[in-house]
Design a binder for this molecule. Structure first.
Ligand code: RTP
Ligand code: MG
Length: 141
């Protein structure tokens, strides 16, 4: 399988619960490497731009308000099949539906406060990584 990069965000609920390190351990234990990282308190405009694909969805305003409710930890992950691997580690969007042992099953409280974001396709991964990181800030292979 090819080496890929994906964009991951530890959302405000998980940052507030002090589990950044526990979530990073899931990535590293699965062979995903953190090749870029920054903590940031997003502005409303930054969060709206990041989630622009969801603009027409009924949950858009709640999603943006939640994402700016506190700082987030943003990282680029690199590894074999990184996009799908990260989605598997995260678990289903709604933590009640998420498989045991996934990040959302273990750390998320609700479909809104669901601990992590992960890119869902190669195309979106490239867009999302470039949204937060200059190429000079990504230290991959
Ligand atoms: P994410 O983009 O954050 O990695 O999550 P995802 O792919 O699993 O879910 P997505 O469909 O992209 O939705 C983005 C975020 O919006 C919130 N959401 N709420 N109330 C609802 O029905 C609903 N659906 C989605 C979730 O917080 C989800 O992570
Ligand atoms: Mg998504």
């Amino acid at each position: 399988m090819a080496i890929e990069r994906t964009l991951s965000i530890v959302k405000p609920d998980a940052v507030g619960k002090n589990v950044i390190g526990k979530i990073y351990d899931r990535f590293e234990s699965a062979g995903l490497k953190v090749v870029a990282a920054k903590m940031k308190h997003l502005s409303r405009a930054e969060a709206e731009g990041f989630y622009a694909v969801h603009k027409a969805r009924p949950f858009f305003n709640d999603l943006v308000s939640f994402m700016i409710s506190g700082p987030v930890m943003i990282q680029t992950l690199e590894g074999e099949g990184a996009i799908l691997k990260n989605r598997e580690l995260m678990g289903a969007t709604d933590p009640k539906q998420a498989d045991k042992g996934t990040i959302r099953a273990d750390f998320a409280d609700s479909i809104d406060a669901n601990a992590v974001h992960g890119s869902d396709s190669a195309e979106n991964a490239a867009i999302e990584i470039a949204y937060f990181f200059a190429s000079s800030e990504v230290y991959g292979r």
